[in-house]
Design a protein around this ligand. Structure first.
Ligand SMILES: [Zn+2]
Ligand SMILES: [Zn+2]
Length: 149
């Protein structure tokens, strides 16, 4: 027992993320690693493509099943960034929002304290407990605007 707590205390951010009692499988670790390395904002298809490069036995339904699991235990957040895609990223302690480029698909993150304030105000005004906020702005990034002239 002592051994186990020592080990988990020594874990760094880059090491295995605890799966909250769920079975740790190599496929689960692979999917989490790809989400981490992919700088977030990958949709399930892209995740699937990258995962099969490393493990050809992985199926798209395995990807979806595990994404649902990661979401349920709070490891991963699902973001709705337009175009009918759900993007996935590791949950982080600070709230952030997204700019989505319609030209190249780039996703830029930003933090905005005003949305925190808005959330509080709206919750108070409507006596509503808000558990999730999704803000994204769609448009064109600077390099796409240059290309368009
Ligand atoms: Zn762009
Ligand atoms: Zn993000």
């Amino acid at each position: 027992m002592v051994c186990i707590s020592k080990m988990s205390a020594a874990k760094t951010d880059n090491e295995v993320t605890p799966l909250h009692g769920e079975r740790v499988t190599s496929q689960r670790l692979l999917i989490l690693r790809i989400i981490r390395e992919g700088e977030g904002h990958m949709d399930a298809e892209e995740l699937y493509r990258r995962a099969t490069e490393e493990d050809p036995r992985i199926s798209l339904s395995t990807i979806y099943r595990n994404l649902r699991l990661f979401k349920r235990i709070g490891l991963v957040e699902e973001r709705y960034l337009g175009e009918g895609h759900h993007h996935y990223e590791l949950r982080r302690p600070t709230q952030h929002h997204h700019l989505v480029c319609l030209g190249c698909g780039r996703v830029i993150e930003f933090e905005c304290p005003q949305t925190e304030q808005m959330r509080e105000d709206v919750a108070k005004a409507n006596d509503f407990e808000i558990t999730d906020t999704e803000v994204y702005f769609a448009g064109y990034c600077s390099s796409c605007r240059k290309k368009r002239g």
